[in-house]
Ligand binder design. Structure first.
Ligand code: ARG
Length: 573
């Protein structure tokens, strides 16, 4: 079933607005849930109409609200907005059943993307170099975006495009002779140490730098000896990365890298070189397309004949199109590389690639202040280790205080640690920068992963105590405002997932989960105050069954949402 209660009504609301305004329905996109819940579930802003209608937005909104009528929606104007609120009661059973029957697939829609393919370029760390903040964000964001598209029925080709070519291998290779421990050639951390030392030395000592360059030149020239060493470093790094990805539950469809395009560069360059706007400048090849003002031309080939990051990305885009015929190609990469991607995409369209506009740079902001006890240079593994360590202190504390139970505290600490870091990242709008704080992300209260994991485990526990979920129940008994509020949040997941896919914005899913948990918590609080409002109400089987079904739908929503975010959902906490 591909149309949820929410999407049907959103479409009907858009249709009603469109016919009142005499425009195509596709032009109208009512926003899901305005900031103030008192205003409704859907909202349409009239500002863009003011000019054409020569009327003030509030007057337009008032006029529209009066003429619109959509079954199941209460429509009213609030200032410049036309807001709609679901008359939810008749849909309660449908909402709960949709969630419960879908289980972990709730929020998805296998039909939405049927037959469509998206490539997601994410994580893409540089081999033998320290990992940086942006590798952490791209890994979490990319994983989640891939999950979301998969849930929406797209064929997803997740690509880990390793930075596995370049001078850094020269640095590691010549550095290894001096600082390396041959017994530790299989240790990724050791290679990074060697790189850091060699890099510092090369900055001070031109002869050392020249040696490193020479090594890379030998690699580019196909020198078997140099390539053998390179391959050994590469294998070590990939093995190291794989343990991290396994820890995070990430599986890439493809782990490849920039080195894939060695030997294919000449063909690409030849293809571009024929286009107007491409010229030689001091022995280097540059593309000078009609760019926006102040944008530098793109450099394809240096005067020593070596190719560049941009050239390899052009080749990679073509190669991926040939392999996957993508409908969308997403590059989940830091905002810092915006110019690079603008140039690459423009060059692709100048090359006449009809699919150039399917490429999207999914840019994100920075993390400030993320450091581990080991220091500021962060490896993702170090971050996860420290998160686990800190989580395990909390698990122990809570266990001793009787607030938490677990038969596998070590696994739980790992899951909480991962949940903390992942949610701490994904709850932020991807374009914003944020400041990382260990205590904040690991807190069991507030807008955190552990808080949501705990909310989920708690709901599992209530269901367990309630003796599981009844085969049938009467949804019309769920009349408390707190119950209807929870139904509303549960209902939103499929719509939010769709919006998150369109906007490449996992934070929308993250925020919804916080809303679900908050609605659940208000529901519990109610029951703590008045016995007959407890979920496990005594002496009224019918009511208890209905409440259990609602609780179960909330559990499903949390579990499905957290799973989309790549966050584990322990059942015992
Ligand atoms: N390896 C690059 C870096 O660490 C990111 C690669 C992103 N993907 C791409 N197709 N350029 O900055």
């Amino acid at each position: 079933m591909s149309s949820s209660v929410y999407s049907r009504h959103r479409a009907a609301f858009a249709q009603a607005l469109a016919s009142a305004l005499g425009v195509p329905a596709a032009d109208i996109e009512p926003q899901v849930k305005p900031a103030d819940p008192a205003h409704g579930d859907l909202s349409f802003a009239t500002f863009p109409l003011a000019k054409a209608q020569k009327k003030a937005p509030p007057a337009i909104a008032a006029g529209l609200a009066q003429t619109l009528s959509v079954p199941g929606l209460e429509i009213k104007a609030v200032g410049p907005y036309v807001n709609a609120r679901f008359a939810l009661m008749p849909f309660t059973a449908e909402v709960l059943d949709a969630a419960r029957s879908a289980g972990l697939a709730y929020g998805g829609d296998a039909d939405a993307g049927r037959g469509k393919t998206v490539t997601v370029d994410y994580s893409s760390p540089n081999i033998a170099k320290p990992i940086a903040f942006h590798h952490i964000r791209t890994t979490f964001l990319g994983h989640c975006i891939a999950n979301i598209y998969r849930a929406l029925g797209w064929r997803v080709e997740g690509i880990n495009y390793l930075g596995d070519w370049g001078k850094q291998f020269g640095l590691v290779a010549v550095g290894f002779q001096e600082y390396g421990d041959p017994a530790r050639i299989d240790d990724m951390g050791h290679l990074v140490e060697v790189y850091v030392k060699a890099n510092t030395r090369a900055e001070k000592e031109p002869e050392f730098d020249a040696k490193a360059r020479d090594f890379f030149r030998r690699m580019e020239a196909g020198d078997a000896e140099a390539l053998k060493v390179w391959n050994q470093f590469r294998e070590t790094s990939i093995r190291g990365f794989k343990t991290i990805y396994a820890r995070m539950g990430i599986e890439f469809e493809h782990i490849e890298g920039e080195s894939r395009y060695q030997g294919k560069m000449d063909a690409v360059i030849e293809q571009i070189a024929k286009k107007p706007g491409v010229k030689e400048s001091q022995g280097a090849l540059i593309v000078d397309l009609p760019y926006a003002e102040n944008e530098p031309p793109i450099l394809l080939k240096k005067n020593d004949g070596t190719t560049l990051y941009a050239t390899r990305d052009l080749a990679a885009a073509e190669d991926r199109y040939e392999r996957f015929h993508y409908d969308k190609a997403l590059y989940v990469v830091a905002q810092d590389q915006a110019l690079h991607f603008r140039q690459v995409f423009r060059t692709l369209s100048a090359m006449g690639q009809p699919w150039a506009d399917r490429c999207v740079h999914v840019a994100f902001g920075r993390i400030h202040g993320m450091s581990t006890r080991k220091g500021l240079v962060v490896q993702l593994n170090d971050v996860l280790d420290e998160a686990k360590e800190r989580a395990s202190v909390k698990v122990k504390e809570n266990q001793e205080a009787g607030r938490l139970q677990s038969n596998d505290p070590d696994l739980l600490a790992e899951q909480i640690g991962l949940g903390a870091i992942a949610f701490g990242d994904l709850k932020h709008k991807r374009a914003s920068d944020y400041t990382f704080d260990w205590d904040e992300v690991l807190s069991f209260e507030g807008h955190t992963g552990p808080y949501l994991q705990y909310a989920h485990a708690r709901v599992v526990n209530v269901l367990r105590k309630g003796g599981g979920v009844p085969a049938s129940y009467d949804a019309s008994l769920l009349t408390l405002p707190e119950e209807q509020a929870l139904v509303r949040e549960i209902m939103r997941l499929p719509e939010v997932v769709k919006d998150a896919a369109e906007q490449y914005e996992p934070s929308l899913v993250a925020r919804l989960l916080l809303d679900v948990a908050a609605a659940l918590s208000r529901y519990y609080t109610l029951g703590n105050q008045e016995r007959d409002k407890r979920i496990l109400v005594e002496n009224d089987d019918a009511l208890r069954f209905a409440r259990l079904a609602l609780t179960d739908a909330a559990r499903v929503t949390l579990a499905a949402g957290l799973t989309l975010l790549g966050i584990p959902t322990p059942e015992n906490m």
